[in-house]
Write a protein that binds this ligand. Structure first.
Ligand code: DQA
Length: 146
């Protein structure tokens, strides 16, 4: 089972970036943890972080008929990107949206997600655990729909 893990803008700065909101964990540590979980779950992960919307759109297109699922933290693009939403919707690949912080506890502009309505579900607020929970949920969904 192949899964694409996408990280949106500024997530390369985790560890340094607003640690009071996002904690001290780095993106490399999150990816390592996911890779360990994936071994247990029988999933094969590919990772991409980009600060550029078009690069993420291209990566989603390239996932067509290659990846069975997408685990995405769209970061700020969650709240702005019709292009990312349309890319995911056009491929019909089961997608789980995750956020480190609880976006609903934060500024109002973070309460709206363009991605959530076309995702299987969203996990928000558990720090790096959001990714781990999201991966498990995605694998369970893909296993059930086989
Ligand atoms: C985030 C929440 C977004 O609102 C923010 O723009 C991010 C990170 C999170 O993981 O909590 O960059 O997606």
């Amino acid at each position: 089972m192949k899964i694409l893990v996408l990280h949106g803008p500024n997530l390369n700065m985790l560890g340094l970036r607003e640690p009071e909101v996002y904690g001290s964990i780095t993106l490399a540590q999150i990816n390592d943890r996911l890779s360990q979980d994936a071994m247990e779950l029988g999933a094969e992960l590919s990772f991409l972080q980009s600060n550029h919307e078009g690069v993420l759109v291209d990566a989603i297109h390239a996932a067509f008929q290659v990846q069975q699922g997408i685990l995405i933290n769209p970061a700020a693009f969650t709240h702005t990107s019709v292009a990312l939403r349309d890319a995911i919707a056009s491929l019909n690949i089961p997608t789980v949206e995750v956020h480190l912080s609880n976006v609903y506890k934060r500024e109002e502009f973070r309460h709206h997600s363009f991605i959530a309505p076309i995702a299987i579900g969203q996990i928000s607020g558990f720090g790096a655990e959001s990714y781990r929970l999201g991966l498990r949920a995605l694998v369970a969904h893909l296993t059930a729909s086989r």
